[in-house]
Design a binder for this molecule. Sequence first.
Ligand code: FES
Length: 186
Amino acid sequence: MSEQQGDGRSLATEQRRGFLTKALAVCCGGLATLPPLAAAFWAVLDPLRRTAGAATFLPVTDLNSLPADGQPRQFPVIADRVDAWTGFAAEPIGAVYLKRDEGSDTVEVLSATCPHAGCFIEMDTESKCFRCPCHNSAFTLDGGIVAPSPSPRPMDSLECKVDKTGGVSVKWQNFYTGIEEKVARP
Ligand code: FES
């Protein structure tokens, strides 16, 4: 083998080694950026994950605030709200009517959102019923439909929990409007 051929081979080996070193460095660099990229992607998706979550119990009031004579009373539902990627701390997200059964700690909860088209249902204390001012749906104090009514179903009832100290929590949910079935929104 001539001296010129030997030099050529060692140059080729050097170049190959240099290429492999660079390729390895690029691979390692790429791998190192994966965890922060994954974290950023997860953070961007976070609001979408939260809006898809199940309904949760939210504290609304305590038993002492409810009339003992069975009359419903309206309460706002307060929660931290996430609108797309912006968070709002402790904002009203809806309203409910709570009714304490006379002489007991059992509490019934009705959503104040009208099942017809989502307007706010008011209480008509004179007529002893609920009314929706948008299209004149009326409901009994138990939430039943007063016919004729544009609302296709009774007021939506909600689950409720009373803890040992008398704190009342409501499982807040929105339901699809304008249909007979009570179907929770995701
Ligand atoms: S939204 Fe209540 S009657 Fe139409």
